[in-house]
Design a binder for this molecule. Sequence first.
Ligand SMILES: CC(C)(COP(=O)(O)OP(=O)(O)OC[C@H]1O[C@@H](n2cnc3c(N)ncnc32)[C@H](O)[C@@H]1OP(=O)(O)O)[C@@H](O)C(=O)NCCC(=O)NCCS
Length: 170
Amino acid sequence: MSAVVRFLGGFKTRPKSTCGPLKVKNYLIHDYIDRYAVTACHNGPCVRGQRLFIRPIESGDADDVRRFFAVNAKAGEPPALGLIGKLVGDLVAVLSMEITGDAVRIDDVFVARELRRKRIGRFMVDELAKLARKIDRDRIVVEPPSDTREFFRRIGFEEAELPMMVRRLL
Ligand SMILES: CC(C)(COP(=O)(O)OP(=O)(O)OC[C@H]1O[C@@H](n2cnc3c(N)ncnc32)[C@H](O)[C@@H]1OP(=O)(O)O)[C@@H](O)C(=O)NCCC(=O)NCCS
């Protein structure tokens, strides 16, 4: 476990990008603006033209995570192991996980309510996939609630080992 903790401590995502505010006309519909924002940023995951900064959770994040959960009416304590996503310095997503002998298991992934369907959940799990490969795990597993199985299907998970879903990493 200590090797894993050392690894996570040293796990660095790329620095905040220089993606600035987008110059998009106000008459464009919001959906289009969001999609444009994502495709306009080639320097990592972007949401509304801002870089989503993802990194492993640290003990010093606990208060921030508690506040984020409270604002989003989510029960539970900050996870000991996981990732957080920040947008312009604000916490917008938390992923909690366990590392097992042959896989990485997602225990929960939670995105701020007002920012859902903007690919943040996808980016969080993609980042987890990179991490899993680095620690020689070739699959991510999750046992999702029924109303989020479609989300996991769309981001590459298969209905395998029911009720678990599995994303195999190449
Ligand atoms: C599930 C959750 C993490 C998804 O995050 P998100 O940022 O809204 O998802 P994304 O925008 O990255 O969606 C990726 C794809 O899944 C689809 N999707 C997202 N949520 C979905 C849902 N609830 N049902 C069906 N499809 C969904 C999106 O339309 C998108 O599809 P596309 O890429 O083909 O256009 C978020 O809704 C959430 O925090 N839910 C509450 C907590 C929860 O139940 N977590 C799962 C526990 S393991």
